[in-house]
Design a protein. Structure first.
Length: 102
């Protein structure tokens, strides 16, 4: 199963999330991920690992964000409407590229 994640570097559970994603990569046989800047803000990094079973592990890391949903609607308790990306849009695109297999 492919995985997409959004991590804020200022999140108190950042290290645990990184460990969980690394464990998933090992479990599905991924090579080390390719990391690159994402977008023009300079504060978002995307890593992609194409795994041996045909799945992908994609992680967006936001340098200036805590525990929030990037691009969420203003007023939401866990929303960051000022984030440089929209997690909802990226998640939708991810699901379109990775349809459910039966």
């Amino acid at each position: 199963m492919s995985l997409v994640a959004f991590h804020g570097r200022h999140d108190t559970v950042f290290d645990s999330m990184e460990e969980g994603v690394a464990a998933w990569r090992r479990r599905v046989g991924c090579p080390p991920p390719l990391r690159a800047a994402h977008g023009t803000s300079g504060t978002v990094t995307r890593s992609i690992a194409r795994c041996r079973n045909g799945t992908d592990v994609v992680v967006y890391e936001l340098a200036e964000m805590g525990h929030a949903w990037p691009g969420g609607i203003s007023g939401g308790r866990l929303a960051d409407p000022d984030a440089p990306i929209s997690a909802t849009e990226l998640l939708w695109a991810f699901f379109q590229r990775h349809p459910r297999r039966r």
